[in-house]
Design a protein around this ligand. Sequence first.
Ligand SMILES: NC(=O)c1ccc[n+]([C@@H]2O[C@H](COP(=O)([O-])OP(=O)(O)OC[C@H]3O[C@@H](n4cnc5c(N)ncnc54)[C@H](OP(=O)(O)O)[C@@H]3O)[C@@H](O)[C@H]2O)c1
Length: 296
Amino acid sequence: MHGPLSRPLPAPDYAYSQGMARRVLITGATSGIGLEAARALAAQGMAVVIVGRDPVKTQRVAAELSRGQPEAVEYLLADLQRMASVRRLAAEYRERYGELDVLINNAGSFFSSRTVTEDSLEATFALNHLAPFLLTHLLLDLITAAPAGRVVTVSSAAHVGARMHWDDLQLAKRYSGFTAYGQSKLANLLFSRELARRLAGTKATSNALHPGAVATSLFDRGTNGALKLALRLIRPFMLDPVQGARTTVYLASSPQVADVSGLYFVKEKPAAPSRQAQDDAAAARLWSASEELLSQ
Ligand SMILES: NC(=O)c1ccc[n+]([C@@H]2O[C@H](COP(=O)([O-])OP(=O)(O)OC[C@H]3O[C@@H](n4cnc5c(N)ncnc54)[C@H](OP(=O)(O)O)[C@@H]3O)[C@@H](O)[C@H]2O)c1
């Protein structure tokens, strides 16, 4: 960690990266928060590579985002629920670009009923936690070799009240979509914290964020009637995806956070995550458990 903020932050300055063409890799950029974050970063002149799972949709989004941007937005394909696909993505990225300044772990989903992936992993844990954990691992040497590497992980306020089910991380005994989602977003914070600890002494940083309650398609897939109705009712009060992307863009590009690591941000400001998310022993334990799961 490069230490908590002890001085007031200067005013935002998103234009600092103009002309520097820092390279950004962002997952889940075919819709919602990721799409708008990719758009904003490309508009700053960053060289953005988006990751999507649907070839037609991903190509269309990359073409749309490339229009009028100084650096064309490029894309790679991966189904991040599948660890073989995450490994292929990292290998393809490395081969094609060979350098990385900012990795944004944004892709995520909610599964109302328990789904098991081809790796025999519960889908929420696989997609929301293990995929960013593995992708970051596989690209970390590029990030630490960059002049000022950053890893940005999109967590959620849904981590509050959640806990790690150490004896049943895959929630095989008792599953609910909210339990799985909350646990995965707590895992994002523990991962980001432990990564910051491991990056201390390097030029790279790791921070996490809650984007706000944002009107996206996050809960559209796999939600049942009652939840769908509730979401429709609160939708007018939610942020739009452009607003929801702000803290991601801030952590990916603002000079104000160049030396800040190991923190959780809400509305572009450091915030206190839950007590569980500040547990260093749990962060280290999750790191080991994740390594073990991925080595099986
Ligand atoms: N919306 C909120 O209120 C809110 C609040 C807190 C945190 N978050 C977090 O914000 C992040 C972005 O969510 P969002 O709200 O923008 O939702 P979204 O609009 O549903 O976007 C999710 C993105 O992840 C991609 N994705 C899903 N499963 C994938 C897979 N198996 N492989 C590859 N990509 C996959 C989606 O691809 P497709 O386009 O192909 O579906 C999409 O691009 C998530 O981590 C979420 O937990 C959201």
